[in-house]
Design a protein. Structure first.
Length: 103
């Protein structure tokens, strides 16, 4: 593929944007561990953000749960969702503490 034939292709646009971010050092965002689920990644990134702001997690269910999803679930599904959320929160909190104490 020649530059002349496809000056505005999507791949070229993505490459130009990536090059701009790299040259501007725009990759300073915290990265979640690679082995986590998407839900765990959201929790991890929110924990990093709260830690950066100096805030504490008082009630992880309220702070991390999707309220719309909770309202649409049955009682048993809510219990399962909350248990999974708590397990994800505990694992990501311990991962973040391990990372911070390892530095």
């Amino acid at each position: 593929m020649s530059n002349v034939k496809h000056p505005k292709c999507a791949l070229r646009t993505l490459a130009v944007e990536a090059k701009k971010r790299l040259s501007a050092n725009g990759y300073c965002e915290p990265a979640a561990p690679k082995y986590v689920t998407p839900q765990q990644k959201q929790i991890y990134l929110k924990l990093v953000e709260l830690e950066r702001k100096g805030e504490e997690v008082v009630n992880p269910v309220v702070q991390f749960a999707d309220k719309n999803k909770l309202n649409s679930l049955s009682h048993e599904e809510k219990q399962r969702y909350i248990l999974q959320l708590c397990a994800d929160y505990i694992s990501m909190r311990s991962e973040l503490e391990r990372k911070n104490h390892g530095q």
